[in-house]
Design a protein around this ligand. Structure first.
Ligand SMILES: C[S@@+](CC[C@H](N)C(=O)[O-])C[C@H]1O[C@@H](n2cnc3c(N)ncnc32)[C@H](O)[C@@H]1O
Ligand SMILES: [Zn+2]
Length: 329
């Protein structure tokens, strides 16, 4: 972490000021790789490991995501896939400007950091939080950027003071927490008055719950050891691949592949080995998460209104339900 970002952090237990060990108070280049942060108010200590402040244990219920984003640290980066999928989704979903210099943005549930890169390239200072050791993958890609701070922490106990950020985005995370409603309610607290929020959640409907094969299979797979499940997913995708290649030629064939538990991103224009990598990644992502708790558009809209947000707009989008809203001025 670049030490100049230390003042953004606060003790998650008491919001006290965090201080860096005297022994590493002046690390080379201002970058702290290993050390300890301690709370000036309550004395609680938090280690910095491999450049990332850690406010939670390395292993936890999200460790499957740690494995997923370690194996696929670059798979969904635009510079790797050759399609601008992350850039387009980031700016389309948020509606934010391409130049956000001078702003402080929080990303919650960052995974490999493909959206961290987009926000950082827009010139903002980006604080990127994830519960799993996926933060290591993000650090490898974005940690050297001077305008990025990556932390391993829990949305339910974030290491920031209230009203700290100009903007906040949270993509692909809420449904993977034990309580999406409570996780959502934690977000606006750290936004400044007038700050902008953009979050999404899988879309719930009775039909989808019945039709999506993953909801039938997950009760078994979500309990499996992530390494074993990943190996099984790879074997399944390899085995099904010739069939999937034929099926995707049919009208809406890619939808049939998803129901056969072969994630199919061919409509994005991906081909060959990269298409298969995305398939390993998202087939695992369908089956591994401990929690998968979608919400309807109406429920999501209600959460925004109950949080006293302004201009709450929850709408259907390709990745589920997206909400844009603002903190009251
Ligand atoms: C499907 S990934 C999405 C990653 C990234 N936003 C993307 O769309 O590529 C969901 C992420 O949410 C994180 N997550 C789950 N529970 C969390 C929690 N309680 N606090 C913070 N992050 C959490 C997981 O570790 C995982 O990396
Ligand atoms: Zn404290």
């Amino acid at each position: 972490m670049h030490l100049e970002h230390l003042n953004v952090l606060a003790c998650p237990a008491c919001h006290g000021t965090l201080e860096c060990d005297q022994s590493v108070a002046d690390p080379p280049g201002g970058v702290l790789t290993e050390g300890n942060l301690s709370c000036a108010a309550c004395g609680q200590q938090y280690p910095v490991v491999a450049g990332v402040p850690r406010f939670v244990p390395r292993e936890n219920y999200a460790s499957g995501f740690g494995l997923e984003w370690t194996k696929h640290a670059r798979t969904q980066y635009d510079s790797y896939s050759g399609i601008p999928a992350s850039e387009e989704r980031f700016f389309r979903q948020t509606g934010w400007p391409r130049d956000m210099r001078g702003e402080l943005i929080l990303e919650v549930g960052s995974g490999s950091g493909r959206f961290t890169e987009q926000a950082a390239k827009a010139g903002a200072t980006v604080v990127s939080l994830d519960y799993s050791y996926a933060v290591d993958a993000n650090y490898a890609s974005n940690g050297a950027r001077k305008n990025v701070l990556i932390v391993q922490a829990d949305v339910f106990a974030m290491p920031f003071r209230p009203q700290s950020f100009d903007r906040l985005f949270c993509f692909g995370m809420l449904q993977h927490t034990p309580s999406p409603a409570r996780a959502f309610a934690a977000l606006p607290i750290v936004l400044k008055p007038g700050g902008a929020l953009c979050a999404d959640i899988y879309r719930a409907s009775l039909l989808r719950t019945v039709l999506l094969t993953k909801y039938w299979v997950r009760p078994f797979t979500r309990r499996m050891n992530p390494d074993r499940l990943y190996a099984l997913v790879q074997r399944w995708v390899d085995f099904m691949w010739p069939v999937a290649n034929l099926i995707r030629r049919l009208p809406k064939g890619h939808g049939i592949n998803w129901r056969l538990l072969v994630a199919d991103y061919s409509p994005l224009g991906l081909k060959g080995q990269i298409l298969k990598e995305w398939s390993y990644l998202d087939t695992f992502d369908m089956l591994a998460p401990r929690y998968d708790r979608p919400a309807t558009r109406r429920t999501f809209q209600r959460w925004g209104e109950q949080a006293n947000l302004r201009d709450v707009d929850a709408h259907h989008a390709p990745h589920g339900v997206v909400m844009r809203a603002r903190m009251p001025p």
